[in-house]
Design a protein around this ligand. Structure first.
Ligand code: PBG
Length: 334
């Protein structure tokens, strides 16, 4: 659509920027608490939280404290949290078997949170990396990431999470065919309402560093993830991945990372019109926090600007470590 503009001085675009009231009146996009998914990290133990050095204001929480975090999210009106486990090094194996253990840390956390805070939607991570002695999202044999064997493992993992009460499964692994494998397994087991938010366009990114610290995968990872995560140079490929995952049974799709890939968010939304999410990943968050801590930028303003950008790019929601803080901000300024 071509904008219709008369010429100066009949047109003075600054008229519409002259006061806060008018700016609010003509503002096109709005960030609300309904747009937020809050990723949290869980660890073993009781009544303990351990700050993640590279993610200021983010801590790993024991399950009892994760329940409190879920209650806080609910009280703030945040619709969903996403649970990531810090898996004890002794549980990491070559076959990643703890990933589908019904009583692993993640599944216990999901069960307790859904029992105590049933109103909050709980999303999970479906990927083997926290359980893998090699730190990869797929099963590794002789240095090769095995696609189909990984899909079998992911389907078992998805079932265990659905059994634990998860509402939304988040496969973040980028294997081929995993959405179909998971969806078929869920349908056969009668989990007809379990949703899948596919990390459909997930790039091999330098911005995941702090997350890998948080889940304890940094030390384990050998090599990189370029044989399964996407090349940052590619855009059309993202559309093919999104289309495939929607066809295989994803209910919602995600672009990840977020801010460096806003062009992808827009193309995805315009092409498919599906519920589209972006993950403002750990490195994006850490950069804003680090610059703010140095007094180089206004952290609060940068947080808000970074988040409204996702709405402008067509996203329906955002996974962000800022979720509780921005929800508090929105509550206070309402
Ligand atoms: C791994 C996974 C990653 C993230 C979510 N799930 C990291 C990776 O692919 O290495 C990154 C999230 C973030 O950086 O905030 N399955």
């Amino acid at each position: 659509m071509k904008p219709t503009l008369s010429t100066f001085p009949r047109s003075r675009p600054r008229r519409l920027r002259q006061s806060d009231a008018i700016r609010r009146l003509v503002s096109q996009n709005t960030l609300t608490v309904n747009d937020l998914i809050w990723p949290i990290f869980v660890q073993e133990g009781e009544d303990q939280e351990n700050p993640v050095a590279s993610l200021p204001h983010v801590s790993r929480l024991t399950i009892d404290l994760a329940v409190q975090a879920a209650a806080r999210a609910r009280d703030l009106g945040i619709p969903a949290i996403c649970v990531f486990p810090y898996v004890e090094p002794s549980l990491k194996t070559e076959d990643c078997r703890d990933a589908w253990n019904p009583d692993n840390l993640s599944n216990r956390a999901i069960r307790v949170i859904k029992t105590q805070i049933p109103d909050i939607a709980v999303m999970t991570d479906v990927a083997l990396d926290p359980y893998n002695i090699f730190g990869h999202d797929g099963i590794v044999r002789d240095g090769i990431i095995l696609n189909d064997e990984t899909n079998d493992a992911l389907a078992k993992m998805a079932l265990a999470q659905a059994d634990a009460g998860a509402d939304i499964l988040g496969p973040s692994d980028m294997m081929d065919g995993r959405i179909g494998a998971m969806r078929d397994a869920l349908e056969s087991a009668g989990h007809k309402d379990t949703m899948i938010m596919s990390y459909a366009a997930k790039y091999a990114s330098a911005y995941y560093g702090p997350f890998r610290d948080a889940v304890g995968a940094s030390g384990a990872l050998t090599g990189d993830k370029k044989t399964y995560q996407m090349d940052p140079a590619n855009s059309d490929e993202a559309l093919r991945m999104i289309e495939r995952d929607l066809k295989e049974g994803a209910d919602m799709v995600m672009v990840k990372p977020g801010q460096p890939y806003l062009d992808i968010c827009r193309r995805v939304k315009d092409t498919f019109g599906a519920p589209t999410f972006a993950y403002q990943v750990s490195g994006e968050y850490a950069m804003i926090e680090a610059a703010a801590a140095n007094g180089w930028i206004d952290g609060e303003k940068a947080m808000l600007e970074s988040l409204i950008a996702f709405k402008r790019a067509g996203c329906d929601g955002i996974l962000t470590y800022f979720a509780p803080r921005v929800a508090e901000y929105l509550q206070q300024t309402r």
